[in-house]
Design a protein around this ligand. Structure first.
Ligand SMILES: *[C@@H]1O[C@H](CO)[C@@H](O)[C@H](O)[C@H]1NC(C)=O
Ligand SMILES: *[C@@H]1O[C@H](CO)[C@@H](O)[C@H](O)[C@H]1NC(C)=O
Length: 354
């Protein structure tokens, strides 16, 4: 471990929901290198920084409806990641308070790594938008973004959290491509899943965690990623977000993130206005296991929001790594993450244990 010589404190969980808007910048674009439409010269520089190229085989001649939605969600996510890693790299490079390093070698290595990661994310975004364009669909345009972090440690924890969500969501992308018989698009996504996993291993080591999180990474659903990314978007700033046919859920805050033991956690969400609050449950998605449904014990309802307690059954299910929590309006049983998303009224709450 070469970073700081000390572990970064484990926060365990990031609340996307109560994130205070910080770091919003003026009118100029937040994306570097001419993104999302770099010149050939800018593209050459991105590829050099990424240490590799865009795939040069053409996409297949046709694509399914679900396949188009996949590409839109990927572009939407990757453009956000480009803005994030660009700002993070800039903070480190400019020695912004909170982003300084006592060891010059650590700083050099972190800059080298994030320079590559930024460019690699730029190529992921260009690849998805390029495929949309190939299929005659409008490319997804970048929004304006705001991030709830002001130091390197919390920036790495946030990167680790959204990368976990991406690692789960790309599983859903591959399944949707399979359902739509988009054979020619699946392999590239598999290569990107591995790539994001390499990033994640490093983010975990930076936090003093072991690099490999779980035997089978937690799965997700496109709609959960679409909702979570919007927490970093300046409302109303996305030129064509309405072209993405996915659901945006109400926010869910994990007020007391769990430790590695069975315990009750407190969650807060917008009052859905149901007459009978007993008709709500919390559902957890962890690893490749069947979703876990627990009853909600309502603590208070005031000012349009509900606070509730629920069991986080860590011991029974070995709930390490990434967990997605959702408030569902039915008890299940749910066969998979997509069924959870279908019945979600608030979420995703993002939890990382260990
Ligand atoms: C960069 O630093 C500014 C100033 O502290 C902060 O507001 C912003 O959120 C930081 N961005 C990232 C990605 O770390
Ligand atoms: C509801 O809002 C009022 C006014 O902002 C505040 O005084 C009160 O404590 C809030 N109640 C709860 C339970 O949060």
């Amino acid at each position: 471990m070469r970073f700081h010589g000390a572990a970064i404190p484990l926060l365990g969980m990031i609340s996307f929901v109560c994130a205070a808007p910080t770091g919003a910048t003026g009118g100029q674009t937040q994306l570097p290198d001419g993104m999302p439409s770099p010149s050939l010269k800018q593209l050459a520089k991105i590829e050099q920084n990424a240490r590799g190229t865009l795939p040069n085989a053409p996409p297949p001649p046709s694509i399914s409806h679900k396949g188009i939605t996949n590409l839109k969600l990927i572009a939407f996510n990757e453009l956000f990641e480009v803005a994030y890693f660009n700002e993070l790299l800039r903070n480190i490079t400019n020695n912004v308070p909170g982003y300084t390093f006592s060891d010059e070698h650590d700083r050099d290595f972190v800059i080298e790594a994030f320079t590559a990661i930024l460019a690699q994310e730029e190529l992921h975004a260009l690849d998805a938008n390029g495929a949309l364009s190939h299929f005659g669909v409008d490319e997804i345009q970048p929004c304006r973004y705001q991030f709830p972090v002001t130091d390197f440690e919390s920036a790495v924890i946030l990167a680790s959290t959204f990368t976990d969500l991406v690692l789960g969501t790309l599983q859903d992308v591959v399944e949707r491509f399979a359902i739509g018989k988009d054979v020619g698009l699946a392999r590239q996504i598999a290569s990107v899943i591995g790539q994001e996993g390499e990033q994640q291993g490093w983010y975990r080591v930076l936090q003093g965690k072991i690099p490999s999180e779980l035997p089978f990474l937690t799965t997700s659903d496109l709609n959960f990623a679409f909702t979570a990314i919007q927490n970093f978007v300046v409302p109303g700033s996305c030129p064509n977000i309405q072209d993405i046919p996915l659901k945006t859920f109400e926010p869910l805050t994990i007020a007391t993130p769990p430790r590695a033991e069975t315990q009750k956690i407190t969650v807060v969400f917008k009052d859905p206005g149901f007459n009978d609050r007993n008709e709500l449950w919390i559902t957890y998605i962890n690893q490749q296991n069947l979703p876990i449904v627990e009853p909600l014990d309502i603590l208070s309802q005031a000012n349009g929001s509900v606070a509730a307690k629920a069991l986080f059954p860590y011991n029974e299910y070995e709930m390490n790594g990434f967990t997605i929590a959702a408030i569902t309006k039915c008890v299940g049983p749910f066969a998979n993450a997509d069924e959870v998303a279908e019945h979600t009224i608030a979420g995703p709450g993002l939890i990382i244990v260990n």
